[in-house]
Ligand binder design. Sequence first.
Ligand code: GLN
Length: 282
Amino acid sequence: MSPVLTLLEALKKAERYLADHAIASPRLEAQLLFSHVLGLSRVALFTQYDRPLSGAEIRELREKLQTKAKGVPTAYILGYREFYGRRFRVTPDVLIPRPETEELVAHILNRLQHARHIADAGAGSGVLGITLALELKAARLSLIDISGAALSVARENAQSFLRETGCAYYQADFCRADFSLPEKADLFVSNPPYVEPAEYATTPSLHFEPRCALVAEDFAAEHKALIQTAFRLLAPGGLFALETHPQKSHEAKSWLEQAGFSQVRVEKDLAGRPHFILAVRG
Ligand code: GLN
């Protein structure tokens, strides 16, 4: 009979295995996978070090650790990511929500107490639009994405969180001048693709995520088109909130001003980079 492996022994082995495969934060990553597979909180893991693991648990842990060792983001292995205090479903069809985007939510909530109709262009998993719809008690949310696969993830998230908000889904290119919504929005948000093709090519950790969610093949043309769409689909006085490339936000600000937006403000993220733009449709 093979000796029983305890939780503590298995965790130590897992940490070493991930470290040997040059995975960043191997202890934390091991804990996250163990707590998911064993159905325990991370803290509960520490109180059950002597717990023996079953054969089935060991098999599932091994499989997930092997995937992690290839560099696959943990959010894809677990199938979820926390965003603004809620657990959202994510799959390799969508961008993994970033903590900076939670900061954009905070900037918007500093400006608004309520929004009736929110539009989220390039919604991906839907985290931005759904979080804002909940926080601002919106009656209506329009989720727009070019990817049908992303929209089905967004739909799953919207259905699990939104009770009071009517949600509509549009599979469309928000850059196109003929894209339209049946009703004007009073808040238009977007975290569009803004990574440069060359930046993407030299950042292998991004390659697990959909290229179309990350890369702006022509930053200026796509951003100008997005700004036109936002202006067209916002009601007068409505707020446009954008996450964009920190090295290009000042350029983007001038495009917003040229398009007729007023009170155009660039906001910094916690790392001090100018990462967000908020503007009012005149
Ligand atoms: N913040 C992301 C990154 O740098 C990019 C997100 C986006 O393109 N919208 O990885």
